[in-house]
Design a protein around this ligand. Structure first.
Ligand code: FES
Length: 105
């Protein structure tokens, strides 16, 4: 007998940024005002502060494996990975991912 399919769980998000956790582990920080945060944590903080309804989810390796950066992709733009070098300002990261948050917050 097949198991019941669970009810969908609502995220409250309009989009999702997938961030490679293995890249983050190799880089050991490099983002945020102090330069010590992982990309996913720095992005989550910035997106929360802006009021944007965009989730950040860490993933397994995305098979890009850059040196000195972290691979990320915006779920609504699946045709393009972004490789984010360490110490890139958050606004530049969001622009590279194709996000404009000027209308939020
Ligand atoms: S280690 Fe991050 S893309 Fe492979």
């Amino acid at each position: 007998m097949a198991k019941d399919v669970k009810k969908p769980l609502r995220t409250g998000w309009d989009d999702v940024i997938l961030v490679c956790a293995k890249c983050e582990r190799k880089l050991k920080g490099g983002f945020g005002p102090s330069g010590k945060k992982d990309l996913s944590k720095a992005l989550s903080r910035a997106l929360d502060d802006s009021g944007a309804r965009i989730g950040v989810v860490e993933t397994l390796c995305l098979d890009v494996c850059p040196r000195g950066g972290v691979t990320a992709i915006l779920a609504s733009r699946p045709g393009q990975f972004s490789v984010i070098p360490a110490e890139t300002p958050i606004d530049d990261i969001l622009a590279d991912l194709g996000l404009d948050l000027s209308h939020t917050g």
